[in-house]
Design a protein around this ligand. Structure first.
Ligand SMILES: Cc1cc2nc3c(=O)[nH]c(=O)nc-3n(C[C@H](O)[C@H](O)[C@H](O)COP(=O)(O)OP(=O)(O)OC[C@H]3O[C@@H](n4cnc5c(N)ncnc54)[C@H](O)[C@@H]3O)c2cc1C
Length: 266
């Protein structure tokens, strides 16, 4: 149960060998991997919302951060969503080379994009775009799996087109199983039923007054900044707006990280 874990100090482990046990292309630019600890690995605990560093077992590639996309499982398996970044080393390797049966190195867990169990009864709003869904899915799964008391819970996911909506059926099913859960998807382009347009601009209309809400936002820098501003304008307290920014590591030739990424759907 996440509440019990929250006060526990979670050890950070490096060089943990995991095996790719499943791989699925969930949208054109995003691949989902399932990773299981190998026999000679301790694996690791993590809190919902945290991330790990992924790299290859040959130490050829610089490790990169990927949020765990599931709540903790008793078998230690992790899922991650990896967006292809044009010219990006690690993400290109995942997309073009990594396959079931291959081994990878993980280090972690890291991050403070986690929920306070004391707030479980309060309403929660999750906002995500692209692979920003990963830490939000972990938090959402943990919240719903832990059962009552669990306040109203909304996931608003921004996608370019219907084909870019990840896990639509799963979230619709969660809405049927948990009456307090609402799934909204917005489209920035392409056909389909409303709502259409950038999520930050529609937030107040879709979600109303956020005065008593805990808000979790994850994804590309521009998306997160615009959503945080919109959530505050809709009444959320700044201290209760939690963000996970998927920034790209600065490259040696520049001290400035690129401002946009393929996930920068707003
Ligand atoms: C906390 C956190 C969580 C994250 N979680 C996720 C997640 O769940 N899913 C996800 O997909 N991503 C996530 N990210 C982003 C991820 O860590 C990587 O930054 C991303 O996958 C790109 O890594 P890469 O090695 O493929 O690209 P890099 O090799 O780091 O390249 C990044 C960019 O720089 C450009 N570049 C590189 N070298 C040069 C050069 N010499 N000259 C010019 N341009 C160059 C590339 O073209 C590319 O556009 C997260 C980031 C953070 C900080």
């Amino acid at each position: 149960m996440p509440g019990a874990d929250q006060d526990r100090t979670i050890p950070i482990r490096s060089d943990q060998v995991f095996e790719v046990t499943a791989r699925e292309r969930v949208t054109d630019p995003i691949v989902e991997l399932e990773l299981a600890p190998s026999d000679d690995s301790e694996g690791f605990d993590f809190l919902p919302g945290q991330y790990v560093l992924l790299s290859d077992t040959g130490y050829r590639l610089a490790p990169r951060s990927y949020s765990v996309a599931n709540a903790p499982r008793s078998d230690g398996t992790l899922r991650i969503l990896v967006t292809r970044v044009e010219g990006g080393q690690l993400s290109t390797w995942v997309h073009d080379e990594l396959k079931p049966g291959d081994r990878v190195l993980l280090e972690g867990p890291y991050g403070s994009f986690t929920a306070d169990p004391a707030d479980r009864a309060d309403p929660v709003l999750y906002l995500a775009a692209g692979s920003g869904l990963a830490p939000v899915r972990s938090l959402l799964e943990a919240r719903l799996e832990a059962g009552p008391p669990c306040g109203p819970t909304t996931l608003a996911f921004s996608a370019r087109t219907e084909d870019d909506v990840i896990d639509r059926e799963r979230f619709i099913g969660l809405g049927d199983a948990h009456p307090g859960f609402r799934f909204i998807r917005t489209l920035t382009s392409g056909d389909g039923p409303p709502p259409h347009g950038r999520l930050p601009e529609q937030l107040a209309g879709l979600c109303g007054d956020l005065a008593d809400h805990e808000v979790f936002i994850a994804g590309a820098p521009g998306f997160v900044a615009a959503c945080a501003e919109a959530a505050e304008a809709a009444g959320a307290e700044r201290a209760r707006i939690r963000t996970e920014v998927f920034f790209v590591e600065p490259q040696p030739w520049s001290d400035a990280a690129p401002e946009t990424s393929p996930d920068d759907v707003r």
